[in-house]
Design a protein around this ligand. Structure first.
Ligand code: SIN
Length: 490
């Protein structure tokens, strides 16, 4: 922290109604690469969360009445300030989350790109005129901001997951309260500092930081003044939050877990598939909802793909994300490492082969003492029924499954309750369309391992959630459609 250009970006209390709000107790923020405490933040709870909702409610009318141009200008100021401070924001992110600094810079630019995109979309919230069924009526549709939006965001993308929700909400004219993951509050609070510098009015963007996930979550899902709730996180927690939102019939958007298949067909460019699988699997140490979870390889190219892939994975450098040359950082916690180790050792017990990885890692399920590292791992002889293929791994492990033909590939790929991202590699144009249309996933990467960007609709099917973030569709979740019927005109 002492190497930041602007130390004022490090804030340690909640940001409510334009003020930094201390609490009676503190929570420590840990560096997952060293297990050192890098900061302590004031521990907000139910009271502060309720205050934030009240502030957002009071700020809603004036914010929603601002012209789209004015909201757009303020969002654009925010975008520029974030990009001007990318080095500091990335350093804070790596310190609290662990990903390599270059990836952290990428995340800051990615998050900012949503703010830039929605600053432009703010000016394009069009309504409709519907041809009237009778001469004495005119039918008009207008779109209006839904109201106060609450969000709970995860630790894996501590900047971008907030930016992507808040940008759309604010552009639509909504006000916003977010509870970031308690592991990574500093990135969220730095965003609040920059929102204030950008001129975003008090109460429009609020951040509440605290470890009472249950109590704060109940306020954000049950408070009657919140119109919409947005969550990124696990399917298990998402289901609970949806049920809590039912009592006040809130609009919900859920970006939940995934189990992404990465399919390599026999006509694929194998080198390109290896490069795509590497980036799609190991970015953020495998802790990404859209990360490849299962690699499905056609029998005839299995040996070639596996050899090349294992060599590529061997080339990754595991270590502290602040150090030069590190390409894969620690996992978020010792518990997370332990959970993934358990999946690896269960698979080996059920017949999987450890082709690459730390032998000791797979046997020693005790919690790590120093840094939460797990060696990049590759497993073969995986069957789709093994726990490692059924569950979202959320760690740097590649299970490889073989298949015979297209029908089997599609059946294996779709045999999951999840439906977020999927990927496949092929050069046959007919096959490309057949597979793309058959995959039950909200997003399909075709000969491409990185699919996320602000202009595209991010979201899933089945138990991976609902709603879309980013793109021209991203504002829909924050708008009410109002129908006006004007009669008596003849
Ligand atoms: C996520 O893990 O949910 C976000 C990943 C992305 O936006 O690419």
């Amino acid at each position: 922290m002492d190497r930041l250009y602007d130390s004022q970006l490090v804030k340690t209390s909640s940001y409510i109604n334009g003020r930094w709000h201390g609490s009676l107790s503190d929570v420590a923020v840990n560096n997952p690469a060293t297990n050192e405490i890098i900061a302590t933040v004031s521990n907000a709870g139910i009271v502060e969360t309720t205050l934030a909702v009240e502030a957002a409610k009071a700020a809603f009318k004036p914010w929603s009445k601002k012209s789209a141009d004015e909201r757009s200008r303020l969002l654009r100021n925010w975008y520029h300030l974030i990009m001007d401070n990318v080095d500091d924001l990335a350093r804070i992110l790596t310190l609290e989350q662990g990903k390599p600094l270059s990836e952290a810079k990428g995340e800051i630019a990615y998050g900012a790109s949503f703010i830039e995109w929605f600053s432009e979309e703010a000016k394009r919230i069009y309504g409709d005129i519907i041809p009237s069924p009778s001469d004495d009526k005119r039918l008009v549709v207008i779109k209006q901001p839904i109201g106060v939006v609450a969000a709970i965001t995860p630790w894996n993308f501590p900047n971008a997951m907030i930016a992507r929700k808040a940008a759309a909400a604010l552009a639509a004219g909504c006000t916003f309260v977010v509870r970031p993951a308690i592991q990574t509050p500093l990135s969220a609070l730095a965003l609040a500092e920059l929102a204030e510098r950008a001129g975003i009015p008090a109460g429009v963007f609020n951040v509440v930081v605290g470890d009472d996930a249950h109590g704060m979550g109940k306020v954000l899902t049950e408070h009657q003044d919140i119109a919409k709730f947005s969550f990124t996180g696990s399917t298990k927690v998402g289901k609970l939050l949806i049920s809590q939102c039912a009592s006040t019939v809130k609009r919900v958007s859920m970006e939940l877990g995934g189990n992404a298949p990465f399919i390599v067909f026999d006509d694929a460019d194998i080198d390109a598939a290896v490069a795509g699988a590497l980036i799609s699997k190991y970015r953020n140490a495998g802790q990404t909802c859209v990360c490849t979870n299962r690699i499905l390889v056609q029998e005839s190219v299995l040996a070639e793909f596996t050899e090349k892939f294992v060599n590529a994975v061997r080339g990754l450098t595991l270590g502290n994300g602040l150090h030069d040359g590190v390409t894969i950082g620690p996992m978020i916690s010792a518990q997370a490492v332990n959970d993934v180790k358990q999946l690896i050792s269960d698979s080996i017990e059920q017949g999987a082969t450890l082709v690459l990885g730390d032998e000791k890692t797979t046997r020693d399920c005790s919690l790590s003492q120093e840094g939460n590292f797990l060696a990049p791992t590759v497993l073969t002889n995986i069957i789709n029924d093994m726990p490692i293929a059924r569950n979202e791994i959320f760690g740097p492990v590649s299970p490889i499954i073989t298949f015979k033909d297209e029908a089997q590939a599609i059946a294996l790929a779709n045999d999951t309750v999840f439906g977020l991202a999927s990927y496949f590699y092929s050069r046959d144009i007919g096959r490309i369309w057949r597979i793309a249309e058959s995959l039950d996933y909200g997003m399909v990467g075709i000969n491409e391992g990185i699919i996320s960007n602000a202009t595209a609709p991010f979201g899933g099917m089945k138990q991976s959630g609902n709603g879309r973030e980013g793109s021209k569709y991203g504002l829909d979740d924050y708008l009410e459609i109002k129908y006006l019927c004007m009669g008596g005109l003849s």
